[in-house]
Each structure stands twice: as C-alpha cells, then as structure tokens.
Design a protein around this ligand. Structure first.
Ligand code: UDP
Ligand code: MG
Length: 138
C-alpha cells in the first residue's frame, strides 16, 4: 500500500553536515519527498511533538535536544513508507543499529540518533498534521 510517513533530520545530523547524504538515501530508497521544510522548534513545540513520551525519563533531555538547533521535516511517500523508513533508519540506539542504516552511519547516541520516523499509520497522520496541518496528508 502506498502511504506517507513523517521523517525528521535531527539537530545533530544537521550540525554534522549530513543533510545531503540523508536526502540522497531517501531518494535512492524510492521515496517521493512530498513536503519539506527547515525549522527551529521551541522547547514547548518539541514537548508537544513528543507528548507520548512525557512520562519517560528521557523526555526533558530529548526535548532540549530537539529544540537546540534547526531540524528538517519531510513527508515521505512510497509503498510501505512507515515500515520501510524505520528499516532504513535502524534501531533507536545507533550502537544497536544494523550496518547500512542511517542511525548506524550518522547517529551519535540513543538520544542524538540523526533521524525520526513515524511508528504507525495513526502516528504518521498525527505527526504529518503537527508540521503540515491538513496539507501534508493530502
Ligand atoms: N530517546 C532517548 N533515550 C531513550 C530512548 C529514546 O533519548 O532511551 C530519544 C531518541 O532521540 C528517540 C526518541 O527519544 O529517537 C523517541 O524515542 P522512541 O522510543 O520513539 O524511538 P524511535 O521511534 O525514534 O526509534
Ligand atoms: Mg518513536
């Protein structure tokens, strides 16, 4: 099934100048980039985006990190986009991510792991709306 997912290039990957390499990989994986923008989240916006993790011990540090610099958010489309993008990203902890995955290549730590991807169809719709209002899901 052709579907959409939300991808983010996180502040660590932008500071390391890996935007180009990550976007090349996205295109090599046959995703269509439907929407894309660069922005700098406030702490409050980062807290809103990661609200599902509010009770987790890493929430405070994660939302500091995600509001520490610019990010790039994208809507990606292809067959099985959600699962495929998570496979290309690799495990949350770059130390456990398979060789060939983006997090293995560019991640620094379990927090500073270069990229984000939606984890389910419901989450994808919510996350796309978070950044692109109703436009992103069209
Ligand atoms: N994270 C963290 N510490 C942890 C687990 C996660 O700092 O122990 C951060 C990391 O940046 C991760 C994000 O919180 O990408 C969201 O966590 P999730 O479990 O949803 O991982 P993901 O879906 O991004 O692989
Ligand atoms: Mg997640």
């Amino acid at each position: 099934m052709v579907e959409k997912t939300l991808a983010i290039i996180k502040p660590d990957a932008i500071k390391k100048k890996t935007i180009g390499k990550i976007i090349k990989r996205i295109e090599d994986e046959e995703f269509i980039i439907c929407e894309m923008k660069m922005l700098h989240l406030t702490k409050e916006e980062a807290q809103g985006f990661y609200i599902v993790h509010k009770a987790k011990p890493f929430y405070e540090s994660l939302t500091d990190f995600m509001s520490s610099g610019k990010i790039i958010v994208m809507v990606l489309e292809r067959e099985n986009a959600i699962y495929h993008w998570r496979t290309v990203m690799g495990a949350t902890d770059p130390a456990l991510a398979e060789p060939g995955t983006i997090r293995h290549a560019y991640g620094f730590s379990i927090e500073r792991n270069a990229v984000h991807g939606s984890d389910s169809p419901t989450t994808a719709i919510w996350e796309i709306d978070f950044f692109f209002k109703n436009e992103g899901n069209k």
